[in-house]
Design a protein around this ligand. Structure first.
Ligand code: RM4
Ligand code: MN
Length: 430
């Protein structure tokens, strides 16, 4: 059977019902009958696939536009923004050429400004909105032994104070989400007590949770290691999940794709979190070795496809799911704006392939125990060249079919290199 001969409508009865009880009432998002309208019509319905691609949203990180590097060297680039306003302007260029990236994440204090209302208005004048506010409790001397888990209550108070200040920034910018990533951990066995640190973490998070408005959420990110090398206080999705469940509906887990041990099955984590209604956001990037923060989809496009497949399976692509898809990347040696454009395109390509999965065929093969057949359905979608489809989607939206070429032709890179002379280029800690 060719793609076009496959049934238009997904056969609901073909969906597995094994997880019905667990999924339906705990999530309110993931459907036990499998993917929602977006995916069910997959290969057989190009209109639905295109609609899903048009409505997909990918958030850009302000810090990707600043200078970055490793602990060995930060290489500067011409035209790099000197302040958050210029970072937002650069993000707007990415949106101009891709049409799916209208929000930009801020990092406080890197993006500290005197008037956040003014920054939000500036974003709006560029067709952008302020997205997630990312907190930073890792760059002060006080935080050497931790922030919200620090043994000294005064340091914990200071850290919670910063997080509350971030909620003030959310109020001023209209942002709905606060992202929490803690560098907290220890370097040596015996250095501090795991359980006391968990208690302090729980207490600090509760204080913050109380401060959230009705439409605001807190997103708790986990990371296996670095900067702490013996243990991290939020090393894995289980720890984040446990805290979020205890806190309540407004607390969700963040999956940063670079924050796992090599070989971790990230798509399984995605499935579990969506099933429980606890997936709040992605920090997308690629890694070869550790938390490399390279362009998403560059190290392992197949992994990204598998993740997007589970996202669609669990309803995470539907706007109502509230899952935020952000790029958390640094472009140390490549030009930053085109690197962000390329990253957005990589996410779109993985999404398009995942949308093309023939769900009725996959489900039938799975139920029949057809191991090779089921695998072939997935690989068939992954091996489809979706670039012509995405080019078509862009042209239908009045965009250039090739965002990279359009950006190169735009003259923006030359313009900012000429204009942004003097001042202090933004970078870590700026
Ligand atoms: C952390 C984590 C956070 C990001 C910082 C800069 O490793 O990924 O999400 O904000 O880096
Ligand atoms: Mn991250």
């Amino acid at each position: 059977m060719t793609r076009s001969e496959r049934p238009l409508d997904r056969d609901a009865s073909s969906a597995d019902t094994a997880d019905a009880a667990g999924a339906a009432d705990t999530t309110g998002v993931a459907s036990a009958a499998g993917p929602t309208a977006v995916a069910g019509t997959g290969a057989a319905n190009p209109t639905a696939v295109k609609a899903a691609l048009r409505s997909q949203r990918i958030e850009l990180p302000s810090w990707a536009f600043g200078n970055s590097g490793t602990r060995f060297k930060v290489f500067s680039q011409p035209g790099v923004p000197r302040d958050p306003f210029e970072k937002v302007a650069d993000a707007a260029q990415v949106h101009r050429h891709t049409g799916v990236a209208p929000t930009v994440s801020l990092h406080i204090p890197w993006d500290k400004v005197a008037d956040y209302g003014k920054l939000a208005a500036h974003a709006e004048s560029h067709g952008m909105r302020i997205g997630v506010i990312n907190s930073n409790t890792f760059q002060d001397d006080d935080y050497k032994l931790g922030s919200v888990t620090h043994p000294d209550p005064a340091v914990r108070d200071k850290a919670v104070g910063h997080l509350v200040e971030c909620v003030d920034v959310m109020d001023a910018t209209g942002s709905a989400d606060l992202k929490l990533w803690f560098a907290d951990g220890t370097n040596y066995p015996g250095q501090d007590d795991f359980r006391s640190r968990q208690d302090r973490l729980a207490e600090s998070l509760s204080q913050l949770y109380e401060r959230l408005g009705d439409r605001q959420r807190m997103l708790l990110e986990y990371k296996l290691f670095e900067p702490a090398f013996y243990h991290s206080d939020v090393p894995d999705w289980g720890t984040s999940f446990a805290h979020c469940v205890r806190l309540g509906e407004k607390a969700k887990v963040v999956v940063d794709t670079g924050h796992h041990a090599p070989g971790t099955n990230i798509e399984f984590i995605v499935a579990m979190l969506l099933r429980a209604g606890k997936l709040g956001a992605f920090d997308f990037n690629s890694r070869f070795y550790a938390d490399d923060d390279l362009m998403v989809g560059s190290a392992d496009p197949f992994q990204l496809f598998r993740i997007m497949h589970e996202v669609i399976r669990g309803g995470g692509l539907d706007a109502a799911s509230g899952v935020n898809f952000m790029l958390d990347q640094c472009h140390n040696i490549e030009p930053k704006i085109p690197a962000q454009i390329r990253s957005v395109m990589n996410v779109q390509e993985a999404t398009a392939k995942a949308l093309l999965v023939d769900w009725p065929a996959l489900s039938a093969a799975q139920r029949a125990g057809d191991v090779l057949g089921a695998n072939a359905v997935l690989m068939d979608a992954f091996n489809t060249d979706v670039r012509p489809l995405l080019a078509e989607v862009r042209e239908e939206q009045g965009l250039d079919a090739d965002p990279m070429a359009a950006y190169a032709r735009s003259g923006y890179a030359t313009k900012i290199a000429g204009e942004r002379v003097g001042g202090h280029q933004a970078g870590w800690g700026a």
